[in-house]
Design a protein around this ligand. Structure first.
Ligand SMILES: Cc1cc2nc3c(=O)[nH]c(=O)nc-3n(C[C@H](O)[C@H](O)[C@H](O)COP(=O)(O)OP(=O)(O)OC[C@H]3O[C@@H](n4cnc5c(N)ncnc54)[C@H](O)[C@@H]3O)c2cc1C
Length: 237
């Protein structure tokens, strides 16, 4: 039987904020922004991570528990095993998109930024984090040609407050026709409320505990008949 795992190795590893790492691998995937991979750590576990890019495969991983802590120690040349791309990604429907990122949610939005910029769209990113140390991929997003506006919960970088407050100000200016968001569930609920208030369509990438990543085990059942891995992780609002 052919293995579902792709084997590659780390080509580049650099710090992402104070608790994260961005890994570029020697692999390419024909993937949509918003799709994810299951990264396997032999003798430990397998965990889902969004593609921060597909060519080369790039992942930004923030330390949250045992696996993500161990992944911080990967170095150039280390082997990596993954399955994917999995799930459904973002549409590229927007003419004047606003991207709203919270914490590690910046990863799939970096890939989306690249694709939207290649399609000639002006991209604005509201990039939020708890503190300046937790901000991810600001330089990468700016380097891709996005207008990046930062907010932190404690005011240590950018504007002081929640990223949804920043997004509300941007939507009030009427400059955006579509919202894409990825981040913690309360932030996504806030974005959904804003899209409703301003009458702007949106798509959000949701997280859930996953085991198989392919719709078999049911771990990521949302309770409404939809599985985050199979039917998402990107859902229209
Ligand atoms: C589709 C998808 C894409 C993701 N993309 C990224 C990414 O690009 N970068 C990144 O850093 N992380 C991402 N994650 C989250 C990442 O998978 C978890 O942080 C990781 O599985 C934690 O594993 P761990 O063993 O280190 O910690 P664990 O001990 O498994 O978890 C640590 C803490 O985080 C919580 N947690 C773990 N997984 C999830 C989850 N899926 N949803 C909500 N809470 C969770 C646990 O309840 C626990 O409190 C993504 C998750 C999904 C489902």
């Amino acid at each position: 039987m052919t293995s579902p795992y792709l084997q590659g190795c780390v080509r580049q590893a650099e710090a992402a904020g104070a608790r994260g790492i961005t890994l570029a691998l020697d692999l390419r995937l024909a993937a949509q922004p918003g799709q994810f991979v299951m990264l396997w750590l032999p003798r430990m576990d397998e965990k889902p991570f969004s593609l921060a890019d597909g060519d080369p495969v790039t992942l930004t991983i923030v330390s949250a528990g045992p696996c993500t802590a161990r992944l911080q120690h990967l170095r150039v040349g280390d082997p990596v095993y993954l399955r994917g791309p999995l799930g459904h990604g973002f549409s590229l429907a927007a003419e004047r998109p606003l991207l709203v990122a919270g914490g590690a949610g910046a990863a799939p939005l970096a890939f989306l930024t690249r694709r939207l910029r290649e399609a000639g769209r002006p991209v604005t990113v509201a990039l939020g984090a708890r503190t300046a140390d937790d901000l991810l991929l600001a330089e990468r997003l700016a380097g891709l040609g996005a207008r990046v506006l930062v907010s932190t919960d404690d005011g240590t970088a950018g504007t002081h407050g929640l990223v949804t407050e920043l997004a509300a100000r941007l939507l009030a200016s009427n400059a955006h026709d579509h919202v894409y968001a990825c981040g913690p569930a309360p932030m996504l609920d806030g974005v959904a409320a804003l899209c409703h208030e301003y009458g702007v369509p949106g798509e959000v990438s949701r997280e859930a505990h996953m085991r198989c990543g392919t719709g078999i085990c049911g771990s990521c059942d949302r309770g409404d008949g939809l599985l985050v891995c199979r039917d998402g992780p990107v859902f229209p609002l």
